[in-house]
Design a protein around this ligand. Structure first.
Ligand code: CMC
Length: 432
């Protein structure tokens, strides 16, 4: 087998079969081979568990440079968006491709306000979940059940700012907040249309028990955290949303599946796992070296949570923003959070340790976000729900891009079969 790479095309030769394909070049000069006809021409498939070398689509939403630690949405630096926008502006940008003009923003906010409620049947549905259900399980299944309330029946095309988009953006925090309350025997709070996205969520969760001045400080921090979570191109949950959608399943089925994928501790669930790890270190007398030793031990499944990333081979730019948000929040709230000190010490040990340096393992977005949520008094089982609230914008943007993509096909990977070769059936009474 040989591969010859030219400027515009590549030729793969396998035995007596030759396949020539185009080299595709993206906006930022990233290159890809179009392998769609590889099997047809050579009988051979690519094998790439974990898809580390596989591009599943062309996308115009987010650009990452993992070597340089860059992230841009629709061309804008994430840091600039986090410094200057609120979350809904960024959601608008991701979904529609441009930042809203004042008129467009007003129109968008009208739709947001119209949807800013949780109807009695949805409240009732939430009341029936066992009180010990994990909030991510509740969120995933309630979002899926929205199909029964609002029928998007897998329509072929999915248009910009469709009602489903606004509905999912607005109702997700309301579902999360009411679930928090009803588990504690507290009543539903009617959302307040005069409040911003994050502040409305905090109000619906904590009601008047949270001082409005503190709520505003928390909401400002939360808007930034939602922005840094908003999109991250073809990550596990976004790819799941695209994959489910590829069967023409409806929007709620696709997003519900995405929430399930996000929940895993190697993905969004890492923010909860980071706090569990930091609490463990705190409880056991601050022994960081023991945790580092475990993370390096190949016979131990334990990993340093909040460290490492498939794409970033340097510090995750989102972790820088999250750390600054935590520092600012703690100062403004006037609270001390011992877990932040532990996290910083842990980071210092890890980034100077040859095991982590040689594998390019640096703090990722989840390393500091949990400490911010903890300082806000949000229970840790809800941390990944906050990730989902932010990522909802990205999932919806990708879903729309995918549904409107002329090249889309059902996602159906192949495999290399390694099981038993053909054998004859043996009736049960003749089996040993
Ligand atoms: N602690 C210890 N070792 C690690 C870690 C870690 N957190 N992450 C990777 N490694 C090692 C791994 O054992 C392997 O070592 P070796 O080459 O000796 O076998 C090497 O680094 C490469 O790891 P990998 O598993 O091939 O990397 P991946 O790209 O498949 O996995 C990851 C990426 C994020 C799943 C992984 O780094 C990890 O499990 N991190 C901890 C969980 C975490 O923080 N997840 C949040 C990711 S950011 C939020 C999001 O977008 O999802």
């Amino acid at each position: 087998m040989s591969l010859e790479l030219q400027k515009d095309n590549a030729t793969v030769t396998i035995g007596d079969k030759t396949f020539t394909t185009d080299v595709l070049v993206g906006t930022e000069n990233e290159m890809a081979l179009d392998l769609q006809a590889l099997r047809k021409n050579t009988g051979v498939i690519g094998l790439d568990p974990g898809f580390g070398n596989t591009g599943s689509c062309k996308s115009a939403i987010t650009f990452l440079d993992g070597e340089k630690g860059l992230i841009r949405h629709r061309g804008y630096e994430l840091q600039e968006l986090a410094d200057n926008c609120n979350f809904l502006e960024v959601a608008y940008l991701l979904v529609l491709g441009e930042l809203p003009t004042p008129h467009q923003y007003r129109q968008f906010m009208e739709k947001v306000k119209e949807n800013n409620f949780l109807g009695p049947s949805l409240q009732e549905l939430l009341n029936h979940y066992p009180s010990n259900s994990h909030p991510m399980a509740v969120l995933a299944s309630v979002v899926l059940s929205l199909t029964g309330f609002y029928a998007d029946l897998g329509k072929e095309k999915f248009y910009e700012l469709d009602m489903d988009v606004v509905r999912l953006l607005v109702k997700t925090p309301l579902i999360a907040a009411h679930n928090y309350r009803r588990k504690r025997g507290m009543k539903y709070i009617i959302p307040d249309n005069s409040l911003g996205y994050a502040e409305n969520f905090l109000y619906c969760m904590f009601g008047r028990s949270l001082d409005p001045q503190r709520r505003k400080i928390m909401a400002d921090a939360m808007e930034k955290l939602l922005i840094i979570h908003a999109d991250h191109e073809q990550n596990c949950s976004t790819s799941t949303v695209r994959m489910i959608s590829s069967s023409n399943a409806n929007v709620y089925a696709a997003i519900g599946g995405g929430i399930g994928a996000l929940w895993g501790p190697l993905h969004g669930g890492a923010n909860e796992a980071v706090i569990n790890m930091l609490e463990y270190i705190n409880m056991t007398g601050g022994n960081i070296d023991a945790v580092i030793k475990r993370a390096k031990d190949k016979d131990d499944e334990f990993r340093l949570m909040g460290f490492g990333h498939r794409v970033y081979k340097t510090y995750d730019p989102r972790a820088h923003i999250a750390k600054a948000v935590v520092d600012d929040l703690l100062e403004k709230l006037g609270v001390e959070e011992p877990l932040v000190d532990i996290a910083m010490k842990l980071e210092q040990v890890a980034i100077h340790d040859d095991y982590f340096v040689s594998r390019n393992l640096y703090p990722n977005v989840d390393f500091y976000t949990g400490t911010a949520y903890k300082a806000m008094g949000i229970p840790k089982e809800m941390f990944t729900v906050l990730f989902a609230m932010g990522r909802m914008a990205g999932w919806l943007a990708h879903l729309i891009e995918f549904r409107n993509d002329e090249d889309r096909r059902i996602s159906r990977p192949r495999q290399v079969y390694t099981g038993a070769p053909h054998r004859s059936f043996v009736p049960m009474d003749q089996r040993d």
